[in-house]
Design a protein around this ligand. Sequence first.
Ligand code: RTP
Ligand code: MG
Length: 140
Amino acid sequence: MAVTRTFSIIKPDATRRNLTGAVTKMLEEAGLRVVASKRIHMTREQAEGFYAVHKERPFFGELCDFMMSEPVVVQVLEGEDAVTRNRDIMGATNPADAAEGTIRKTHALSIGENTVHGSDSDENAAIEIAFFFKPEEIVG
Ligand code: RTP
Ligand code: MG
């Protein structure tokens, strides 16, 4: 398995509950290394741009409002097969369906306030990383 990168967001429901460290610890224990990290308060332009693929979905407005509501922590994670490894430790979108031991089962509040985002493919990881980070901000 090749060492690859993925993009992660620790969402407002987690930063609000002071869970940045707890979530990061679960990512690290899953074999992922944080090679870039910053705490930001997303603008509407950033939230709507980042989630543009979902703009026709009924939850788009609610999702963007939530992601702008409080600070988030955006991260680049590196590890073997990073996209899949991260999706595995995140768990299902809806915490009610998430497996025991996953981040969402442990910490998520609802399908919307679900603690973390993770890229769903290597292609999208590259796009999402470039949306928030300059190459020199990533230190592998
Ligand atoms: P993510 O993109 O955040 O890593 O999560 P995902 O792939 O598991 O979920 P996706 O289908 O891409 O949806 C993106 C985010 O939108 C919110 N959502 N709300 N109210 C709803 O029915 C609903 N469905 C999705 C979630 O916050 C989800 O993570
Ligand atoms: Mg998704």
